[in-house]
Design a protein around this ligand. Structure first.
Ligand SMILES: [Zn+2]
Length: 304
């Protein structure tokens, strides 16, 4: 599932591509039938909060997209490609799709890989966007969007405050709860935008056991986690890669080189590293289900 970093990145990218322009839209698959509400209208802006996207086409004309576990976008330049697969929504710019594709400029990306296919095309040259497999793609009224916003906790990448939303509400909820911090960080009504990778890695970086009850975690520790989340999530907006390890902790010489791109198996401390030695202390990294997703942690670095 994409985490908040990716959602904010899509928002920025789609706003750069279509913001202030008239957007055409259709739903080839037949499951999204409200395209007439937005088709032929100007896209005013794209909002992102937590894992939700809101494309504003006017009052009560907000296209809400939640990618869920399976959803993903593809974009490109030049004419609209042939309809393939379960295509929920297409959005395009009528003038831009008449332009030719420069060789090598547009290609479909590998499904859910590190490569999101956007590295070789500038957002401003994007002529069309395809959406497949989202959990939700529907029209929201302003009231419905506001209600969603109220339901969600502060977002580390949010815009309400400097360096993310104001986290006070999130801290208050956590410090009152007996639930483990590993579950609280995943609860979108507590903090919006943190998913499974950031949960595991932020807790490791804070050397905090995921089983610690929220009401035992100090405000100082929560502040440190929040402060750590912003640069890590911002870095994850550059491309799909989420890198959470410090060069000094990576075992290989290449990994320690601050200028090199670290290898895939050295980008996370604990996420999906169960059964392997912890980079810091050598103890075997553990895995267990928590909040319906696999949790990874080092039982020594993150002793309760
Ligand atoms: Zn360790």
């Amino acid at each position: 599932m994409p985490e908040g970093n990716e959602i904010h990145r899509w928002a920025e990218r789609h706003e750069a591509a279509f913001g202030g322009k008239v957007v055409r839209a259709d739903g080839p698959q037949g499951r999204f039938t409200d395209t007439d509400v937005i088709d032929g209208r100007k896209l005013l802006r794209v909002m992102a909060v937590g894992k939700h996207l809101g494309y504003v086409f006017g009052k009560d004309r907000i296209l809400h997209i939640h990618l869920g576990l399976q959803g993903d976008f593809t974009d490109g330049s030049g004419p609209l490609p042939e309809v393939k697969g379960a295509l929920r929504l297409r959005m395009w710019n009528a003038a831009a799709v008449k332009l030719p594709v420069a060789p090598g400029e547009s290609r479909r990306h590998a499904w859910y890989s590190d490569d999101d296919g956007t590295g070789n095309i500038d957002a401003k040259r994007v002529a069309w966007v395809e959406l497949r497999g989202p959990m939700d793609c529907s029209i929201y009224t302003n009231a419905k969007w506001d209600k969603l916003r109220e339901r969600l906790g502060p977002d580390p990448l949010g815009v309400d405050g400097k360096g993310g939303d104001d986290p006070a509400k999130a801290f208050a909820k956590i410090m009152k709860s007996k639930k483990p911090i590993g579950a609280l960080l995943m609860d979108q009504s507590v903090i919006a935008g943190i998913g499974n990778i950031y949960r595991a890695e932020l807790l490791f970086r804070a050397r905090l056991s995921p089983f610690t009850p929220g009401n035992v975690v100090s405000e100082q520790t929560l502040k440190a986690i929040w402060k750590d989340a912003l640069p890590l999530m911002r870095a994850g907006m550059v491309d799909r890669r989420i890198v959470t390890t410090e060069p000094k902790d990576r075992p290989s010489a290449k990994g320690k080189n601050t200028k090199a791109r670290p290898d895939k198996d050295e980008v996370h401390y604990v996420y999906r590293r169960n059964g392997q030695p912890c980079f810091v202390c050598g103890t075997t990294v553990m895995k267990r289900e928590m909040a319906a997703r696999n949790l990874f942690w080092c039982p020594v670095c993150q002793a309760a």
